[in-house]
Write a protein that binds this ligand. Structure first.
Ligand SMILES: [Zn+2]
Length: 222
């Protein structure tokens, strides 16, 4: 099953994708993972992507689609995957459809994590994460057991450099302008399911679980 998770910054895509990945037993890829891996491996696309990232610009559609194509080749046809943060624009969404079509595959489901901007901003400004293992904590709703330290690995929790008010605002504008239109794109294909993502993580997870099982994905309990 190929699932795309869409949503504004702070909607909880990364957290939910990780949980879905482990219950569905499939891999989860975020845009960040794809880019990091390509840059680390020094592939041609990775080198080009790094130039944009180093100068603080968004990586263009053709590079992202190239990376997505490599990911699809690696995963092999028929294997499930959860995409989070990609596609980010309508051209990327169209390009992804074409890549899948060429491989005889298709997106099965797009889950839109819908959140009010106010709630998302509040979440992002209280978010800290562990650079060692990627765990995320929220200083208002999900405190770590030991102040400042990761529950999973003991690493020092840090605030992401783009989780500051000015940058959050810019990410939202970018999301509204470029990513929000992909929601209509998928709605018109009849693939979109919307989940109210302003609720606690566990409730959102349960809502996603129900959508997946309705779509024939066997689910482990919990
Ligand atoms: Zn950790």
């Amino acid at each position: 099953m190929i699932v795309v998770l869409l949503g504004a910054p702070g909607a909880g895509k990364g957290t939910q994708a990780k949980r879905m990945g482990s219950t569905m037993g499939v891999q989860h890829f975020s845009t960040g993972d794809l880019l990091r891996e390509a840059v680390e491996n020094g592939t041609e696309l990775g080198v080009r992507a790094a130039e944009y990232m180093d100068s603080g610009r968004l990586v263009p559609d053709d590079i992202m689609l190239g990376l997505a194509g490599e990911l699809l080749d690696r995963k092999g046809s028929g294997a499930g995957v959860i995409l989070d943060g990609f596609p980010r624009t309508v051209p990327q969404a169209k390009g992804l459809d074409q890549l899948l079509l060429d491989r005889g595959e298709t997106i099965d489901l797009v889950i839109f994590l819908d959140i009010e901007e106010e709630d998302a901003v509040e979440r992002l400004s209280s978010r800290v994460s562990c650079p060692k293992c990627g765990s995320v904590h929220n200083l208002t709703t999900d405190l770590p057991m030991t102040e400042g330290l990761c529950d999973a690995c003991g690493g020092t929790l840090v605030r992401r450099s783009d989780d500051i008010p000015e940058k959050i605002e810019r990410r939202f504008e970018q999301y509204q302008r470029e990513t929000h239109p992909t929601i209509e794109y998928y709605r018109s294909q009849g693939k979109l399911d919307t989940v109210d993502a302003g609720r606690p993580i566990k409730e959102v997870q349960e809502a996603i679980r129900r959508i997946l099982s309705r779509n024939g994905e066997p689910q482990a309990a919990g």
